[in-house]
Write a new protein. Structure first.
Length: 158
């Protein structure tokens, strides 16, 4: 589960011009089956997804469009990120590593949820049963089971 500190950091540094909104889905609370993703996350964009691996490894992705059940869409503002807290017990500040999925006018393809889960281009895919393939940050296993994940609605800041 992400903390208020994580969400505040995301709003202040990662979501430049966007505001983190309602928690749409938390796998540990709502389930991680494909039907939960379909029922809860389709047509709910823009969204921010946070994935926790272990106790301190958090990464995620943002898309400025909605996921759809059966239709491919394009997201021109999509990106992935990881949050790091090198010494979480000492209160050390969070650091952020951003990975932009779009370059110039090229858009990130967003596959339909029914085709395998929530995906962020080739960066990572949150597949059924929270099995995640993550390719953007070196040093991690390509396939692993997420400890938990959350999907939030996001809106343009006024």
């Amino acid at each position: 589960r992400t903390t208020h500190t994580h969400r505040k950091h995301l709003t202040n540094t990662v979501l430049n011009g966007w505001t983190l909104g309602k928690l749409l889905l938390r796998a540990s609370r709502d389930g991680s089956e494909m039907s939960c993703l379909l029922d809860t996350c389709c047509s709910q964009g823009p969204t921010l997804t946070l994935v926790r691996r272990g106790t301190e490894d958090i990464f995620g992705g943002f898309i400025d469009t909605s996921w759809e059940a059966d239709t491919w869409t394009l997201s021109s503002g999509a990106f992935v990120f990881s949050l790091r807290n090198p010494k979480p017990t000492t209160g050390a500040p969070l650091t952020t590593q951003l990975g932009v999925l779009t370059r110039g006018k090229r858009s990130c393809p967003v596959p339909p949820v029914s085709k395998g889960g929530l995906a962020f281009g080739d960066a990572f895919c949150l597949c059924s049963l929270a099995l995640t393939r993550e390719m953007s940050v070196k040093g991690r296993d390509r396939h692993f089971r997420a400890t938990d994940f959350e999907v939030y609605s996001v809106s343009k800041s006024s």
